[in-house]
Design a protein around this ligand. Structure first.
Ligand SMILES: Nc1ncnc2c1ncn2[C@@H]1O[C@H](COP(=O)(O)OP(=O)(O)OP(=O)(O)O)[C@@H](O)[C@H]1O
Ligand SMILES: [Mg+2]
Length: 247
């Protein structure tokens, strides 16, 4: 059974088809296609991103470029069956474990970029959908549509965006963010720094500098940067993250 999950989803100009097993109704593959230049660019980036990811990890994503012409592209991504999306609609402190696992996986995958100022960039490592987990606490990064391999983004920016996104969600949940949230954020930055995966650009005021890099490179998001949670967070929280890290 196949069904169309979305057309031009959030302005991405790509189609998403979910293909399920006839009997078990389990999702077997997702098919992304596009007919516009913007959509074709997104799917081309996704294909490159998955190939890069596969070159760095033993847990591979099986993606097949089924058709590519000047005006049409179609990619089939076979599902990694034991992985699931987590429910992110819970307080930050309940997500701690998953944030730890995400940063740990980033450190494993990006290890070749240790002490490098710039690194390949996923662009949307959101716990809402794009970072998946299994029962063995393994992690899978999916949805590589924003992949940028020209070494223009600072090393460590991806997980920093994940962290900022979750602090923002927390600010929507409670007026006053628990200081243990910032403590945990600091720990994640220390993990990245100790792994040599916090670019020297991000050593001082990392959260503010991360936002500056995003704002100067919005083209990476193919017209979809308006939905980036990291750009929605009020400045006071960015300052608070940077102050916590500095102290
Ligand atoms: N390799 C994979 N293994 C398991 N599940 C996957 C895989 N790739 C994608 N998925 C699932 O399919 C969902 C949609 O895929 P993806 O994130 O790539 O598309 P999207 O463009 O973000 O679509 P959506 O807006 O619906 O999230 C993911 O959130 C995830 O649940
Ligand atoms: Mg997604």
């Amino acid at each position: 059974m196949k069904y169309i999950k979305g057309v031009h989803r959030h302005g991405s100009e790509t189609f998403l088809i979910i293909s399920k097993d006839q009997e078990s109704l389990k999702t077997k593959s997702i098919i992304k296609s596009a007919t516009t230049q913007k959509g074709i660019n997104s799917i081309t980036s996704e294909h490159k991103g998955i190939n890069w990811y596969n070159s760095q990890t033993s847990k591979k994503i099986n993606a097949i470029l089924e058709k590519q012409t000047k005006t049409y592209i179609k990619i089939r991504i076979n599902i990694n069956e034991d992985f699931f999306n987590i429910n992110t609609n819970v307080p930050y402190l309940k997500l701690k474990k998953y944030l730890d696992l995400t940063v740990k996986h980033y450190i494993e995958i990006w290890h070749n970029y240790k002490n490098q100022k710039f690194a390949p960039f996923h662009g949307d490592l959101s716990l809402v959908g794009n970072v998946m987990f299994n029962n063995k606490d393994e992690v899978l990064f999916v949805d590589w549509e924003q992949f940028e391999n020209n070494l223009i983004m600072p090393t460590g920016l991806d997980p920093i965006m994940t962290i900022i996104e979750n602090v923002w969600y927390e600010s929507l949940r409670s007026k006053k963010i628990d200081k243990n949230v910032f403590k945990h954020v600091k720990k994640l930055f220390i993990n990245l720094n100790e792994a040599g995966l916090l670019s020297s650009f991000l050593e001082k005021t990392p959260a503010q500098t991360a936002l500056d890099f995003i704002k100067s490179n919005l083209k990476i998001w193919n017209g979809q940067s308006f939905k980036l949670p990291a750009l929605k967070i009020p400045n006071e929280y960015i300052k608070e993250i940077d102050n916590t890290i500095a102290n």
